[in-house]
Design a protein around this ligand. Structure first.
Ligand code: SAM
Length: 329
């Protein structure tokens, strides 16, 4: 029986966080101080993750995204991706990175069989990037993006989270990148998950606001469809542009009824909804020697606790126990 939840959503996508560590400290994502990091022993080993994947795939998980924290900081990540690519039945393995280490690792990722990448970037201005991330690595990230482009990763998605007063003045500049380059630039609404003092409804630039800023500067956007599932992104193009512009709107237009994903945190919790703290511990039974049938039972149990939708409208100031870097964004 495939993984179908009580709301008739078929789950086929697993986001795997391989670490809670990150080489950036983005102001809206992770508090700069007071974060207790997981110990080595608390983090699932690659072998443990692969075992969970081997149980999940026959249940209908066909797509996996590797994330973190920053996945490229974990030692052995390329070998892990190579091993994931060899799991029969897994059609799609992808990666989300901040790009800091990408220039040196992009070629290895090609060799591991990774065809496409999502790269997070919140500013095109090096000094502003440093203020947002606490790191002077804008040039390294840009080198990584250019290297990935050169090596033919496609699509190459650049994810930007516009926050009022932080980087909302760069929305049109990001959109402009698509004119000459085949980037897929996506604007993601800022969610109340992360450094808890930063979020407010006012700080969130809605997709509609981002779109009208772009249209004011660059003219009307035309709907875009690649023929493939766009996931949660509504896609558009500046007529004649090489790239694509997408909007992901978890705040203003939740896409919960189409949600097909589960998350596995670095410390081995199945988190069925990004915006709900209800999780299932899979590490303890795994390390106590449970059999595959028990892992399957826990995966199925996680469908029972997957909420029908998020409840941000009812609790707009709702805060979550984990930051995005600790869940796996
Ligand atoms: N380090 C990798 C990266 O930078 O892509 C993967 C993890 S990071 C947590 C994944 C994504 O989550 C990034 O694009 C980041 O901008 C986004 N993110 C973090 N906190 C967020 C928030 N409160 N609202 C919306 N997106 C957020």
């Amino acid at each position: 029986m495939p993984l179908i939840d009580p709301h008739k959503r078929r789950i086929d996508y697993l986001r795997i966080s391989v670490t809670d560590r990150c080489n950036l400290s983005c102001v809206y994502c992770k508090p700069r101080t007071g974060m207790k990091m997981l110990s080595h022993a608390e983090i699932l080993t690659y072998e443990e993750i692969l075992r969970i994947v081997s149980v999940a795939v026959p249940l209908g998980i066909t797509r996996v995204r590797v994330t973190g924290g920053e996945p490229l900081v974990r030692r052995g990540i390329v070998s892990f991706i190579t091993a994931l690519k060899q799991v029969a039945g897994l059609d799609d393995v992808s990666l989300t990175t901040n790009g800091v280490l990408l220039a040196d690792m992009a070629e290895l990722l090609v060799q591991a069989g990774m065809p496409r990448l999502n790269i997070s970037l919140d500013s095109l201005v090096p000094q502003k990037f440093s203020r947002i991330t606490g790191s002077d690595s804008w040039e390294a990230v840009w080198r990584g993006i250019s290297r990935a482009e050169e090596l033919g990763f496609f699509p190459l998605k650049l994810n930007m989270v516009p926050v009022k007063g932080m980087n909302d003045d760069e929305i049109a500049d990001f959109a402009r990148l698509t004119l000459k380059r085949r980037f897929h630039v996506r604007f993601i609404e800022f969610m109340p998950i992360g450094a808890s003092d930063r979020w407010s409804r006012d700080a969130c630039v809605t997709s509609e606001e981002a779109r009208s800023i772009i249209e004011r500067e660059l003219g009307p956007l035309a709907p875009f469809s690649s023929g493939h599932s766009a996931g949660p992104s509504s896609n558009f193009q500046i007529p004649g542009a090489r790239g694509v512009i997408g909007f992901i709107s978890p705040i203003t237009h939740h896409f919960c009824d189409a949600c097909r994903r589960l998350r596995l945190t670095a410390d081995g919790k199945i988190r069925p909804c990004l915006l709900s703290d209800t999780e299932i511990d899979i590490t303890s039974p795994l390390r106590a020697g449970c059999d595959d049938a028990e892992l399957e039972r826990l995966l199925r149990l996680s469908l029972e606790i997957k909420p029908e939708r998020h409840y941000l409208d009812e609790t707009p100031g709702g805060r979550f126990q984990r930051t995005m870097s600790k869940i796996g964004g």
